[in-house]
Design a protein around this ligand. Structure first.
Ligand code: FNR
Length: 184
């Protein structure tokens, strides 16, 4: 099961990146998760689609990569109670040209995280709003709003909270079951 992992943060010491590493290491053996970079994608602009042939190479590579995957896992912080622009841009790039969206029927799951106490709930649910339209069957339970994320890792980015480890492992097992269910 090939899983694209998309991160809503570009910074090197990102807690979302640490969450991603933890989640990938806790995934069941049936899953092969891989982070797919999105920071290099030019901002979506319909003119580039219509007027330039072929469209920007990073768009094409990204579309092909997501299309080939069995599932997609979004790991995101919250920016101003919503989805960081880099992640929204990746959604938009993958959604076009019209009729060729790479998201259609691709099973997905969301983990949101924040140093704050509500675990980027706003970003998580704004993302869900787009995924409804994009026809991504998104796992509903368990939900994952990881609060106080800055306290869960050591200075090397290693997860140091046992309860969180257990929860993230259960989350990945549930996601694997979800992907199987949707694919069958
Ligand atoms: C934030 N942050 C933030 N946190 C939150 O819980 N809700 C919010 O709405 C926002 N808004 C916000 C906007 C912008 C522009 C920045 C840069 C930050 C704080 C954010 O959660 C924190 O910086 C995280 O550490 C960002 O995630 P990464 O980069 O560590 O993955």
């Amino acid at each position: 099961m090939n899983v694209c992992v998309l991160l809503g943060s570009l910074r090197k010491a990102s807690f979302s990146g640490m969450l991603a590493n933890a989640l990938m290491s806790l995934a069941p053996s049936s899953m092969e998760p891989e982070v797919v970079e999105i920071g290099q994608l030019p901002f979506y602009n319909q003119d580039l689609e219509r007027l330039i042939d072929p469209p920007p190479a990073p768009w094409t590579a990204f579309r092909q990569r997501v299309k080939a995957a069995d599932a997609v896992l979004f790991i995101t912080p919250e920016y101003n109670r919503s989805v960081p622009a880099v992640l929204k841009n990746a959604l938009d790039v993958g959604s076009r040209p019209y009729g060729s969206s790479v998201w259609d029927r691709k099973p997905g799951a969301i983990v949101s995280g924040s140093p704050g106490s509500i675990g980027a709930f706003g970003a998580n649910h704004h993302l869900r709003q787009s995924l409804v339209f994009l026809n991504v069957p998104t796992m509903q339970q368990p939900e994952a709003y990881v609060g106080h994320v800055h306290k869960l890792f050591d200075q090397h980015g290693k997860l140091i909270n046992d309860d969180t480890r257990k929860f993230l492992q259960q989350f990945m097992r549930a996601f694997a079951n979800w992907v199987e269910t949707i694919r069958s």
